[in-house]
Write a protein that binds this ligand. Structure first.
Ligand code: BGC
Length: 558
């Protein structure tokens, strides 16, 4: 449409036309955003390894290396001194868990910011904040600066982890939305693996490179994601929320790879506009605080009320953490060593992280084929089985004093199977669901709150589990019985999914809204779209016209 003009948006009554066909370029755009998962994974992955590095310990504690003070490494003094040659527990706990504090607040604040300045710019801002945190972490030679760096980098990760999900869910084509967001989880797992590899490569260096290299590598992620997003289009749904319909049309044209004045683009845009109008008519936007209060409005017994959706998102992420997966990633090394078969800590983390990486792609297929709800149910059942088996073997043939290697190997195999089940189901599906259940009016805050719940529980687990499996006087010394606890919590997650999680597979975000109104979680999988919002809101009669005067080409970049 050279020269510009206006496009009248009528919408469609055909439920199959509410999304424009998609080109390869559009798939590439959403796939790129998944890269944000690398931050998440890498940042949670490097700290444990760095805290155990000899040079790092010397620098932070000002203690001499054990072998320098006591060259006779078989002496009792050497052994006693080596035992104490570590970062004090409280500093370890502070530097590890402070990341979660930063991410917790980062994710909540990002929800607000994404509604003000847009999803794309919020993620770019997250990359900047993260880079500042990285500079402090890299420069640090004391716990104070490191902790400050961690909290700032954490805030950046909070921004990125919440808003990438939001951005991807809003621009991904409905047929592959689940698979695309599962790609984000895949990147998380690759991030964890990369962190383990880099830490392994530098751990024996006796200079600052030992910890500075693994930290500094992260700049690369910030650079790639920040630069990439500077080129990518904004989410059209953000522009609709802001009432900037011309920009929404351009952005939609870009993410679908279709001309801005094509009927497909108009129909999809009409549906987003009509749905937003509908949501606004139910819960009008008020003040800033009123906007937050809206996240908790409605009745608890109504599956489509805002409060139910917010609690569902928060609960979903809580249950994901309570599956105990991070117990394995954070404390697996110690646990496997206690079992006595594998003594090389790197080999242990390599095995667990590789199982995690290799199993995740299965979810790309099953999340679209079987659906979110179904794989979550199977995931809970699978993890209950694996974890109870580990607990039972641990209490019988696998008991430490029995030195039964086959039994211990079986426990390790079931722990790996448990990781695999998580990676195919709860790992990706928890993120997919939180991107899909919120209406546009509260979506960004809802996703922010849900993501912060993930980090909150992540932190709680990091802080309490050492005491649960610790063998000191006041520790619970649960040993492999801890798997009964995680298995029990997976039983709770099964009930949670059965009663509360709806099936969102194959629906547009606007159709999810309608489905939540017209079905219960248990009947949701059978629900079929039967009308469009454009039809219900009588959009055609409203004669909404979108100025497209800046449009000089048929396929525009936003
Ligand atoms: C979880 C993380 C976990 C990771 C493992 C993510 O979905 O939120 O806490 O470490 O999966 O792959």
């Amino acid at each position: 449409m050279p020269g510009g003009g206006v496009v009248a948006v009528h919408g469609t009554t055909d439920v199959n036309r509410i999304e424009a066909p998609v080109t390869v370029k559009a798939y590439l755009i959403v796939a790129f955003a998944a890269f944000g998962g690398i931050f998440f994974g890498y940042d949670t992955g490097w700290m444990g390894g760095v805290l155990g590095m000899k040079y790092f310990i010397k620098q932070y504690t000002h203690k001499e290396y054990p072998e320098v003070l006591y060259p006779d490494t078989s002496s009792a003094q050497y052994t006693a001194y080596k035992k104490d040659f570590k970062i004090p527990a409280w500093e370890q706990s502070l530097t590890t868990s402070i990341l979660s504090a930063g991410t917790f607040f980062g994710a909540i604040i990002a929800g607000d910011v994404a509604d003000m300045i847009g999803r794309r710019i919020t993620i770019i801002t997250g990359c900047f904040i993260f880079a500042i945190g990285c500079i402090l972490e890299t420069a640090s030679t004391s716990v104070g600066v490191m902790a400050a760096g961690r909290i700032i980098a954490g805030a950046g990760v909070g921004f990125i982890s919440a808003i990438v999900i939001l951005y991807m869910s809003e621009i991904a084509p409905k047929k592959v939305r689940g698979a695309v967001v599962a790609g984000y989880q895949f990147c998380i797992t690759i991030g964890i693996l990369l962190a383990n590899c880099v830490v392994y490569a530098t751990q024996n260096r006796l200079d600052t490179g030992s910890y500075r290299i693994p930290i500094a590598v992260q700049f690369l992620w910030a650079l790639i994601l920040g630069t990439g997003l500077a080129i990518l289009p904004e989410s059209p749904r953000f522009f609709v929320k802001k009432g900037k319909l011309d920009l929404a049309a351009k952005a939609l044209s870009s993410v679908r790879g279709q001309p801005v004045d094509s009927e497909y683009i108009q129909d999809e845009l009409a549906e987003i506009i009509a749905n937003h109008e509908y949501e606004m008519s139910i819960v009008p936007q008020t003040t800033y605080l009123g906007g937050w209060a809206n996240c908790f409005k409605g009745s608890l017994s109504d599956g489509s009320s805002n409060i139910r959706r917010t609690l569902l998102g928060i609960g979903m992420q809580m249950m994901q953490q309570l599956t105990g997966i991070n117990f394995i990633f954070y404390f697996g090394t110690v646990f496997f060593q206690q079992l006595g078969t594998i003594s090389n800590p790197f080999l242990i983390s390599l095995i667990t992280t590789l199982v995690n990486v290799c199993s995740t792609p299965v979810s790309f297929y099953i999340v679209e084929k079987l659906g979110r709800r179904t794989i979550l149910l199977y995931g809970s059942m699978g993890m209950i089985t694996m974890q109870f088996i580990v607990g039972i073997i641990g209490d019988t043939a696998g008991k430490a004093d029995k030195h039964n290697h086959s039994a211990v190997s079986a426990m390790i195999a079931f722990i790996c199977l448990n990781i695999s089940v998580f990676a195919m189901t709860w790992g990706p599906a928890a993120w997919i669901v939180i991107g899909e259940i919120f209406p546009l009016t509260i979506r960004s805050r809802g996703v922010g709150l849900s993501t912060s719940s993930n980090w909150f529980w992540n932190c709680i687990i990091a802080v309490i589990t050492p005491y649960l499996v610790g063998t000191d006087k006041h520790d619970a010394n649960l040993g492999s019985n801890i798997f009964f606890m995680w298995g029990g919590l997976c039983c709770v997650s099964l009930v949670f999914v059965y009663f509360l999680v709806p099936e969102t597979k194959g629906l547009s975000l606007e159709q999810v809204d309608k489905m939540l109104e017209e079905s219960s979680p248990r009947t949701s999988a059978k629900w079929k779209p039967h009308s469009t919002f454009a039809q219900e809101m009588h959009l055609a009669e409203k004669q909404i016209e979108i100025p497209v005067e800046h449009v000089s080409d048929k396929t525009v970049e936003a």
